[in-house]
Design a protein around this ligand. Structure first.
Ligand code: IVH
Length: 752
């Protein structure tokens, strides 16, 4: 500690005889900023990490001794301030538009044709192509070159102010470089829009650390990036290796009529002076200044093309994407899209497509927008379906909630479609034989869209085998309970027939606690396994009898106090907030998917009444219920039989009563939280196409629970088409024909 305060550490020409001057300090900061820019933005370090750290500590020491010298853009200021009390809302000076999607080259050709003659003259570079980064959008405001506000996208008009968090991100310049190349100085007021991402290696490290600390994993790098910025403690943001990539620059200027009034003008200048001098930045002053600003228009702006804007942003100190490209015409654009599409899977951050933009800014201005989508840009969203070769290390088996035993390929970890995969499903024993897989084989693996990877076959038809590969045989005993595994006649699935098998119990509880069922936040598979192995629970109903002290005392090392309290709270919330339909779905009765459960819930009434009738006049009740089910459109005899079988089993009544004595009280269907006609999608008709993260039924149930409905064909009455991976061409064409907006699953979920 004392050593860092020792001024003899300060060497070089910034110091004179061991005593540093204010000018010397500024020079050290400039040198440090330069090194930080080379390291973080250009990805080309100029010195070793040790040398950088030494200079950093020196600057830190000088600042401790001379607090009045501290420059607002000193790299030491990126550690994050104290936690905030809440987020403030802030209005964007210009709306943040979104992008319409195209799914193939036909879509792109149609886009090019729409631009047609309104486009730039043929001798100009027509388009730019950029990666569409999948992260959190930020709008940054700069006044006289200084970062004064960062806001999340929000609804495009108003977002959350996250300046304190943003200043910790090293790729966000606190002060812009003035000596910009190309003659474009720094405009006095600017809005920069870009994406915050968490590179894949940092994402993997973050999840490892969270797992070690018993915290829930982030589902994907986008959630991790968003979660790292949208939380109140800037020091947490500072600890995450986030990256900001800039992609649009909007020059802002005073409204003409206002700037013409001398008094208004004086008041404005006074506000700007106050804003620029404030430390910490006075957000009310930012609002006063930027509320009076509008996009200046291309004619008076410093650049004529989008490409020039990208170059200018780079010169000002931003990271721009190294994969950005310029394309003279449509033909080159198609070629570049194909080229980047092949490279995408190997990039170090996630993308969810490519963006094609009209390069000429005057043309952009002329084209304008339709609703929230600019006419001059589209997102080109073609799923990456890359094939990679890796080693088959082992085949293990998974036990499902019905006892179904499915083989799982254990793979040598390999990058595929932007993520690391280490396992793949194999449907059954027959598939393992059909592919002739041996442990140690080199196998070809494919991930089509968001779904779990699949093994296509042995690479080189087995010519790469060296004789050390071993055959795999399907187990005859369950690896979890040692019970017999049985395969009935010509059924393709083998099953563990022991109903008290811990792996089956675990799978049933996972299903119950899962997102599309009762949704117990934070209860992951590992904890479910531990609760079962320490005999705290044997089924989902037991969760409602577990107490805080139980959790703290789990064998081995118990659950931490904070986590245990969170879990108790999460379970408790579900006692009164679960719809009966989700509860019924959570029971995991065969053939009862979430949509069927919606249909059954009104027939069942309430859990209490249901238990009562099962206890007192079961056969009559089941008879009535059976008849009602068969009268219900969408419920067939297979479902009715399966429900009847499940409810006739005395252990089902026992289970349901264990739920009620634990205080589980699902909201009866008649008073469901969101009856039809209410909810965010009330009155909306949606058409689904392509593969999504959950089954069609599950998505349709979510839409239904939000008041909307799902139909099969696109017509003028369709509100949205929701396109997953590999959407059907006819539905997308139908959408274009009827001018129905096409949205993706993420957008749909944000609406729910
Ligand atoms: S341009 C008006 N360029 O994708 C232009 N957007 O729905 C609109 N995104 O959340 C944005 N990478 O923030 C543009 N290179 C890129 C992008 C990009 C990611 C995001 C954008 C928005 C979404 C578009």
């Amino acid at each position: 500690m004392n050593e860092t305060h020792d001024q003899s550490l300060l060497h070089g020409d910034a110091t004179a005889g061991g005593t540093i001057t204010a000018a010397g300090y500024r020079e050290l900061v400039a040198r440090l900023s330069n090194l930080a820019h080379a390291y973080y933005v250009l990805d080309a370090p100029l010195v070793s990490d040790e040398a950088y750290d030494r200079l950093y500590r020196t600057v830190e020491a000088v600042e401790t001794l001379n607090p009045r010298w501290v420059l607002p853009d000193s790299p030491t200021r990126r550690i994050g301030g104290p936690p905030l009390a809440g987020f403030r809302k802030a209005r964007h000076p210009a709306p943040l538009l979104s992008l319409a999607n195209v799914f193939d080259n036909d879509g792109l050709v149609a886009f090019d044709r729409r631009i047609g003659v309104a486009g730039p003259s043929p001798d100009m570079t027509r388009y730019t192509v950029e990666p569409k980064l999948d992260g959190l959008t930020l709008a940054l405001l700069y006044a006289e070159g200084r970062l004064v506000r960062a806001t999340t996208r929000g609804d495009g008009e108003i977002g959350e102010e996250v300046t304190a968090q943003a200043t910790t991100i090293r790729t966000i310049p606190l002060v812009l470089s003035m000596g910009a190349t190309g003659g474009a100085g720094v405009p006095r007021f600017l809005m920069i829009r870009g994406e915050v991402t968490l590179p894949l290696d940092a994402f993997a490290r973050l999840n490892e650390a969270r797992e070690a600390a018993g915290e829930a994993n982030y589902q994907n790098p986008r959630n991790a990036a968003a979660g790292s910025v949208r939380q109140l403690n800037p020091r947490i943001t500072a600890g995450r290796a986030l990256r900001f990539t800039a992609y649009t620059a909007t020059v802002l200027a005073l409204d003409e009529p206002v700037s013409a009034l001398p008094l208004e003008r004086l008041a404005f200048e006074a506000d700007v002076a106050e804003l620029v001098a404030s430390d910490p930045i006075d957000q009310d002053a930012v609002t006063r200044v930027f509320d009076r600003l509008r996009p200046s228009g291309v004619a008076s702006g410093p650049f004529a093309t989008h490409w020039e804007a990208l170059l200018a942003m780079r010169a000002w100190g931003f990271r721009t994407n190294p994969h950005n490209r310029q394309c003279v015409d449509l033909e080159e654009t198609v070629a570049v899209l194909a080229e980047l599409q092949d490279l995408r899977a190997g990039w170090d951050e996630e993308t969810d497509g490519l963006v094609v933009k009209v390069n000429d800014l005057a043309t952009q201005e002329r084209l304008g927008r339709v609703a929230k989508d600019p006419r001059w840009a589209v997102a080109y969203k073609v799923a990456v379906s890359e094939v990679v070769v890796t080693r088959l290390l082992d085949i293990s088996v998974q036990i499902g909630r019905t006892g179904a035993v499915t083989p799982l390929a254990v793979l040598e970890p390999v990058r595929l479609g932007g993520v690391t995969v280490s396992s793949a499903t194999l449907h059954n024993d027959d598939q393992v034989r059909a592919l002739d897989l041996r442990i140690g084989d080199w196998v070809r693996v494919q991930r089509a869209g968001g779904v779990i990877p699949a093994i296509l076959g042995v690479d080189g038809e087995g010519s790469r085998r060296d004789g050390r590969e071993t055959e795999w045989t399907f187990p005859t005993a369950c690896p979890a309970c040692d019970g017999p595994i049985v395969r009935d006649g010509d059924e393709a699935v083998a099953r563990c027939t022991n109903a008290s098998c811990p792996a089956q119990r675990s799978a049933r509880v996972r299903h119950f606690a899962g997102r599309s069922a009762v949704d117990i936040a934070g209860l992951g598979g590992n904890w479910i396994d531990r609760l079962i192995s320490s005999a705290l629970i044997a089924n989902a109903a037991d969760l409602y009898h577990v107490t805080l002290p139980d959790l703290l005392a789990i064998d081995g090392h118990g659950m931490g106090e904070v986590l245990a309290q969170k879990l108790c709270d999460a379970v408790d919330r579900t006692r009164r907030q679960t719809s009966l339909a989700r509860f019924l779905f959570g029971l995991g009765i065969r053939h009862v998917g979430s949509e069927t459960a919606e249909l059954l819930a009104p027939l069942v009434g309430s859990l209490d009444g249901f238990c009562h009738r099962l206890r007192t006049d079961r056969d009559e009740f089941l008879g009535e219920l059976g008849a009602q089910m068969l009268e219900t459109k969408g419920v067939g005899p297979v479902v009715a039989q399966s429900v009847n079988d499940a409810l006739s089993n005395p252990s089902m009544l026992e289970l349901l009563e264990r739920f009620t004595t634990g205080g589980m009280s699902p909201v009866p269907a008649a008073q469901s939280p969101k009856p039809p006609g209410q909810g965010p999608l009330a009155g909306k008709t949606l058409v689904l196409t392509g593969t999504m993260s959950e089954s069609r039924d599950a998505i349709a149930a979510l839409v239904g629970a939000s008041g909307g409905k799902v139909t099969d064909a696109v017509s003028g009455a369709t509100s949205f088409v929701v396109a997953g991976e590999k959407p059907g061409g006819s539905k997308i064409k139908g959408a274009a024909k009827h001018s129905v907006p096409v949205i993706d699953e993420v957008t749909l979920r944000s609406m729910l």
